[in-house]
Design a protein around this ligand. Sequence first.
Ligand SMILES: Nc1ncnc2c1ncn2[C@@H]1O[C@H](COP(=O)(O)OP(=O)(O)OP(=O)(O)O)[C@@H](O)[C@H]1O
Ligand SMILES: [Mg+2]
Length: 325
Amino acid sequence: MIEVDKLSRTFRTYKKQPGFWGGVKGLFKREFEELAAAKDVSFSIKEGEFVGFLGPNGAGKTTTLKMLAGLIYPTSGSATVAGFNPTKRENAYRRIFALVLGQKNQLWWDLPAIESFLLLRHIYRIPAEQWQETLDELVDLLAVRGKLNVMVRELSLGERMKMELIAALLHRPKVLFLDEPTIGLDVVSQRAVRNFLRAYNKRHKVTILLTSHYMADIQELCERVIVIHKGQKIYDGDLDRLETGSAGTRQKIVTFLPENDSFTTEWKSAYGITTREDLGKIVVRAPSTQVVQVSQEILTQGPVADITIEDVPLEDVIADLFEKN
Ligand SMILES: Nc1ncnc2c1ncn2[C@@H]1O[C@H](COP(=O)(O)OP(=O)(O)OP(=O)(O)O)[C@@H](O)[C@H]1O
Ligand SMILES: [Mg+2]
């Protein structure tokens, strides 16, 4: 459904020297800085797949999604989505995909959502009956019927996001690019959006590429993730395998020290695991198979107030991956 082949995009930004004379100098000799927001990114996504697109701030996720939506042109490389070349910006392509930018408002601010939906019906030339049917389904799934006539600017962030999703789905796109659709939402709204996306993906077999900095979104919705860092793809595969890693599942041993007591600041276990002391506690990450031995080793070091063993959160796994790269 989505084929991306060595997609790259460089941004050229003008570097201004500080101060007045810097500005004057810039009039004669411009210095540019080139930044590769996406570098040779390739992947392919099958119909109906729900793929997580991860990367730290500035990794190039939004840039890539915008290229797939035809909003910006790639510097090199190519992409096809459902057989279309997004750069051609064909109307037929517009009818089969949707891009939701959580950071941006796409609805008309001074109109009630229902008016925007009516406008979209005309823009996409959706038959009235189909429009009504889709709208009813979405409104019920997202539980926003009571808010359809409220001015968009008066809606809460969560309600507005739900309306954005409805607006994006009214024309029944086959491919969805979701860029942080849960940003800033409280836990309850996040869960509502997540449940909606899961149900919608199952029911309509839409292909979804989702970016989010909330790992719960990714863990609950995506089996596969693509990770990019500084514009380059560094991982593409099962989320499970990413979490497990090559060293087997890792767990976190948190040792709380009694007050006024401390281990040596740098402690090295016999298993070669180095750790740092951190405000009255020691956090060690060990492969599951060694957790028991390492915990015992910690307990022999001195008095311990409490000890807990936790799974390493996905956030940490990913942060490690970024650091390694
Ligand atoms: N129009 C632009 N002009 C110049 N540089 C840009 C432009 N758009 C993006 N960039 C740069 O490209 C890089 C990638 O940006 P992008 O928005 O794709 O990151 P992102 O992965 O979506 O990050 P975030 O998680 O913060 O949303 C950044 O360093 C950004 O500053
Ligand atoms: Mg972004």
